[in-house]
Write a protein that binds this ligand. Structure first.
Ligand SMILES: [Cu+2]
Length: 476
């Protein structure tokens, strides 16, 4: 009776949160079997959903999945039951750009699973993919037969079948889940999700926070104009995403001034990502191995998240503003088309471009004054393509893509309110401004006779040097 009441109130919540419920699982599962399965919940919206406040089981402060959502559960004789459906999905990666991916319950990544230390958890996994799959619960302590490596710990889940995983969430922390069957294909197609195990009682190394965000780093190789990732790509991906969204499609992380903020970042790409926060210093307070001892914590503004790792950072958001938060690899804050373009800075194309455009209409010279032009000009791009560098900010183009967002700190944001407050209104006199006075020559230059590099040392005019970045095997 209690469970029925809770299910109803949870439906109410999802109605509020805009989550479409009620779809039925694979036809291959019989009606009788279905009666015993928790009804799977599906999500179609790419937006950040409100945190799922627990109304059964032990209480906790829920996380917010950036441009994602949390999977509801049902209690069944003291066991927390979840239902994941592995299936093809259409993911809007940015406005105007949709990708045909594989995921769980209507989305890639799959929904975040939240439990409490000591919970007995039962997860039904229905396979609606065109090939077999499995789920590995990255970082968890569990019986070997529940670890999800197909062939090693279990037979793969055949197409159309439902398997059951059951274990006790033994240690608190942040974990990930992903297939361990045809892994390269299935992860390249977007199959992954987050798992949070909250501590049962106050933990000496796990602080209470006001806002707790989670997202996965993932990467795709989708040709401009195409919809489906190239699954044989090993390193040379062209879309660097957070929860399968790319800037400007990634929501800002909205916090209230003086909030204690935790951000958990998991990396299921094939390269490392130095994640960098502007305007604040943070501590790395935990990894997928568990909480970091206090004696090992130091202040950082960038932390590297290596392949297959999770890093949990915490900081006091005590500076108001719109603070950039991004991967520090500059090619990871660009979208497709950024590759294989030679550096043309300083090369004057006037005349040449005109001649070529007589032969090729729409021909455009890229980057002769840097790449910023690319963000401003309305360059013709194929349908279903995200611009390479974009994002309209309050002062012009942000010239970013990929793994970029902002932490927006506001003093008048209400507790628990994640709505985008718009652009920060800078107090008068606090924005970098143009110098309009005289520009005298520095006196040091004059004392040294003008140029610091005497002209006789300049390279002879007829020597031409062409430097290209090495391409090929050493990518990313
Ligand atoms: Cu990166």
């Amino acid at each position: 009776m209690q469970d029925i009441k809770n299910m109803n109130s949870r439906r109410q919540f999802f109605k509020f949160a805009g989550i479409a419920g009620g779809a039925v699982a694979a036809a291959a599962v019989s009606r009788v079997a279905m009666a015993a399965l928790p009804e799977p919940v599906f999500q179609k919206s790419p937006d950040t959903m409100a945190p799922l406040v627990p109304n059964t089981g032990r209480p906790y402060n829920p996380v917010v999945t950036l441009t994602g959502w949390t999977l509801p559960w049902r209690m069944n004789n003291g066991v927390k039951e979840f239902h994941l459906v592995a299936e093809p999905v259409v993911r809007e990666m940015a406005p105007g750009f949709k990708a045909h991916l594989w995921g769980y319950n209507g989305q890639s990544p799959g929904p975040t699973i939240e439990v409490v230390e000591g919970d007995r958890v039962r997860i039904f996994v229905t396979n609606k993919l065109p090939e077999h799959t499995s789920i590995h619960w990255h970082g968890q302590r569990l019986p070997n037969g529940m670890d999800g490596v197909s062939g090693l710990n279990q037979p793969a889940i055949p197409v159309g079948k439902t398997f059951v995983y059951e274990f006790v969430a033994r240690r608190p922390g942040t974990f990930m889940y992903h297939p361990h069957a045809d892994e390269m294909t299935q992860m390249a197609m977007g199959m992954m999700g987050f798992w949070i195990t909250h501590p049962k009682v106050k933990h000496p190394l796990i602080d209470e926070v006001d806002r707790d965000f989670v997202f996965l780093l993932n990467a795709y190789d989708i040709d401009p104009g195409a919809y489906t990732p190239k699954i044989m790509t090993m390193l040379d991906f062209n879309l660097w995403s957070w929860n399968s969204r790319i800037f400007p499609g990634i929501d800002p992380l909205v916090v209230r001034k003086n909030d204690k903020v935790r951000i958990r970042v998991g990396n299921l790409t094939m390269t490392n990502h130095p994640i960098h926060l502007h305007g604040h210093e943070f501590h790395v307070t935990g990894t997928d191995g568990g909480p970091t001892p206090k004696s090992a914590r130091c202040y950082e503004v960038t932390t590297d998240v290596a392949v297959g790792q999770m890093r949990q950072i915490e900081f006091l958001a005590d500076e108001e503003g719109d603070w950039a938060f991004h991967c520090h690899k500059s090619h990871h804050t660009m979208n497709a088309m950024g590759h294989d373009v030679p550096t043309l800075i300083g090369v004057d194309h006037r005349g040449i471009a005109k001649k070529i455009s007589n032969l090729i209409p729409d021909y455009m010279v890229m980057g002769e004054r840097g790449m910023a032009d690319m963000a401003e000009m309305e360059m013709p791009i194929p349908d279903n393509t995200a611009p390479m560098m974009t994002g309209a900010g309050p002062f012009g183009s942000v010239e970013m893509g990929g793994m970029f967002s902002m932490v927006k700190v506001r003093k008048d944001q209400k507790a628990g309110d994640y709505k985008d407050p718009g652009w920060y209104k800078h107090p008068a006199g606090t924005v970098a401004y143009e110098w309009t006075g005289a520009l005298p020559n520095p006196s040091r230059f004059a004392a040294e006779g003008g140029n610091t590099m005497p002209s006789q040392n300049m390279p002879a005019k007829d020597i031409e040097v062409q430097v290209r970045k090495p391409m090929g095997s050493m990518k990313h």
